[in-house]
Ligand binder design. Structure first.
Ligand SMILES: Nc1ncnc2c1ncn2[C@@H]1O[C@H](COP(=O)(O)OP(=O)(O)OP(=O)(O)O)[C@@H](O)[C@H]1O
Ligand SMILES: [Mg+2]
Length: 430
């Protein structure tokens, strides 16, 4: 129940007010001397104080000030009771924190309304204060939560940074390993090429022997003409031209071999694939002819140039030609010796249907690849050839080279009738 404390030195007023308050349904106590105020407050709690301004000893305003400065009682609403209507005094009261004032003589209706207004206001204030407290508490909680979040973020960031560093280190070592691998690969490509040149050596001897034979014969004819003293200068000129032409051919072959064997690092330039294919026959053409292997070339003259390493592509083509030749010979050794007819290797170049790449086909009429070997022919060191004849590196290196050119090499078709390899090299977007 609401409890009201009345502080007034006039017993009559006190009695009148008490009666009224009881009538309003509130409890009340009173102090006839200002000095009783604080001891009473210490004894029990009050919801409102009615405080007379005019009192001997300590006046109401001084008491009001003391109340409003007291940490425990400053929130209790105080309504001042006044006999005289001094505006300045009333203003001072309000300034000091009084909730309201009531003029004497006190009328019931005014007292009731003012008490109720002050209590309601105090109720609101208390509610607001409670809300404020809750808010403060929530803010505090939020602050703690935020700090926790920040700690978490800091922790995660540090961890992430560590992980990134770790990744960077791994990437660096991967890159180093990759560089090393590239170097090793380049060395491997080079050694395989030199090995294939070794394998080509006997073929090269044929290659050079052919023009040499022509030169020798021509020289003999020339000598005979000179011995007979037939001063047919026309005939002589023709023979010398023949010698010149064939020495030129030999130089061409030797020069090409030198270029082919020298380069080891990738060198890109605009390349006409048809020319690269033609160059292969400088080193292998005569050998194929001697083995009665016909070469049929269907080289589309309109194919665009691509940016590539001509030397490396030649290595790929040479391996395909050598493989084709070996497959044809192997087939021959398996069949009746009399059935040696002319076998064929076909090379076709062209642009793919979607016009985005070059397509090169190498078709042979050799043994074909057995189905159990088909998956392994691109593996390094996989060979079905006799020791010393093949290292098994040809196709795996070719695969590496073509992949480096962003292309594809695949076994397109194989069977008893022969084998087709397909190389696809992308054209630059124009
Ligand atoms: N045109 C082909 N016809 C039949 N078999 C083939 C053909 N091309 C490749 N092969 C098979 O694939 C294997 C691997 O070929 P690859 O060129 O990698 O090595 P190799 O020719 O045996 O040795 P290297 O090329 O190192 O001298 C060959 O041994 C052969 O069995
Ligand atoms: Mg090979």
């Amino acid at each position: 129940m609401t409890k009201i404390l009345i502080v007034d030195d006039e017993p009559l007023t006190v009695q009148q007010v008490r009666d009224l308050i009881t009538g309003f349904g509130y409890n009340s106590k009173f102090a006839l001397k200002p000095g009783y105020l604080f001891p009473l407050l210490e004894q029990e709690g009050f919801d409102l104080i009615l405080l007379d301004i005019n009192m001997p000893e300590t006046d109401g305003i001084t008491l009001l000030r003391q109340l409003k400065m007291h940490p425990e009682y400053q929130d209790i609403p105080v309504i001042m009771l006044t006999g005289m209507a001094d505006d300045q005094l009333l203003a001072d009261c309000l300034e000091c924190g009084a909730a309201d004032f009531i003029n004497k003589p006190i009328r019931a209706i005014v007292l009731k309304a003012r008490i109720r207004a002050a209590l309601t206001k105090q109720g609101y204030i208390r509610k607001i204060e409670q809300q404020k407290e809750i808010l403060e508490q929530q803010t505090e909680e939020l602050k703690t939560y935020r700090k926790h979040l920040e700690d978490l973020v800091r922790e995660r960031t540090a961890k992430l940074r560590e992980e990134i560093d770790e990744h960077r280190r791994t990437e660096e070592s991967l890159q180093n390993a990759y560089k090393e691998l590239q170097n090793t690969q380049a060395q491997l490509v080079q050694s395989a090429k030199l090995a294939s040149i070794g394998e080509l050596a006997s073929g090269m001897a044929h290659e050079l022997n052919q023009p040499l034979t022509v030169i020798r014969m021509t020289a003999q004819i020339t000598r005979r003409i000179l011995l007979k003293n037939e001063s047919d200068s026309d005939k002589l000129r023709k023979e010398i031209e023949m010698i010149e032409k064939n020495t030129g051919r030999m130089m061409n072959i030797i020069n090409h071999l030198r270029i082919f064997s020298r380069q080891s690092q990738q060198e890109l330039s605009p390349v006409n694939i048809n020319e690269v294919i033609e160059n292969c026959f400088l080193m292998i053409g005569e050998q194929l002819r001697l083995h009665s292997i016909e070469i049929r070339k269907k080289l589309n003259p309109d194919i665009p140039k691509i940016t590539a390493d001509a030397n490396q592509l030649e290595q790929v083509f040479l391996n395909l030609l050598t493989n084709a030749k070996d497959a044809i010979e192997e087939k021959r050794t398996r069949s009746e010796p009399l059935s040696q007819n002319t076998e064929r290797i076909e090379i076709i170049t062209g642009v793919s249907e979607d016009r985005r790449s070059l397509e090169i086909l190498f078709k042979d009429m050799g043994t074909g690849v057995s189905s159990e070997n088909a998956d392994r022919i691109f593996d390094p060191f996989f060979t079905t050839k006799a020791a010393g004849k093949g290292t098994g590196l040809g196709l795996s290196i070719s695969h590496g080279i073509v992949t480096n050119h962003k292309g594809k090499i695949e076994l397109a078709e194989t069977g008893p009738a022969g084998t087709t390899f397909r190389i696809i090299l992308p054209l630059e977007e124009s």
